[in-house]
Design a binder for this molecule. Structure first.
Ligand code: ZN
Ligand code: ZN
Length: 152
């Protein structure tokens, strides 16, 4: 398993992204707090815009170590923009066009899945943290899914 970035490295990355993608217009590294969180499990990262705090989920990035940069960059956008609406999308595209690796949503929440869906016709199995709306059908064979709760 790849070692997670140290907090120092996160700050260096922050500085680099600020210069590469934000023309150094985001707060200076010493003005922000960037930290790992062992408790954050509902998302890959979180940004408290007013307090200028960025937290990255340890659990999520142990699973997806290659996503550290993308999560940091995503949360950096939130220092300027609240939510994932139109402005966020435009900023995302701007950064992506400069070569930045950043997404609107992380791959999944770091939480363990609570729902399992097995297709009744083929062998497709999907696990989700959030429950699917009713009556979803298998993307592979259009079969019906059987829903099982596997959470604690
Ligand atoms: Zn976000
Ligand atoms: Zn199926």
């Amino acid at each position: 398993m790849k070692k997670l970035f140290s907090v120092d490295e996160l700050y260096k990355l922050y500085e680099k992204y600020n210069s590469l993608y934000f023309d150094n217009k985001l707060p200076k590294p010493y003005e922000v707090t960037i930290e790992w969180s062992n408790r954050l499990s509902s998302s890959a990262g979180v940004c408290y815009r007013r307090a200028k705090i960025i937290r990255l989920s340890t659990a999520y990035h142990i699973k997806y170590p290659e996503e550290v940069g993308a999560t940091l960059l995503h949360e950096m956008i939130h220092l300027k923009i609240k939510g994932h609406g139109h402005d966020f999308k435009r900023e995302l595209r701007r950064i992506q066009s400069l070569g930045g690796k950043v997404y609107r949503y992380s791959k999944e929440t770091a939480k363990a899945p609570r729902w399992k869906y097995s297709c009744k016709k083929c062998d497709a199995v999907i696990k989700k943290y959030k429950r699917y709306p009713k009556n979803i059908i298998c993307g592979r064979c259009r079969g019906e899914f059987e829903e099982v709760y596997i959470g604690d």
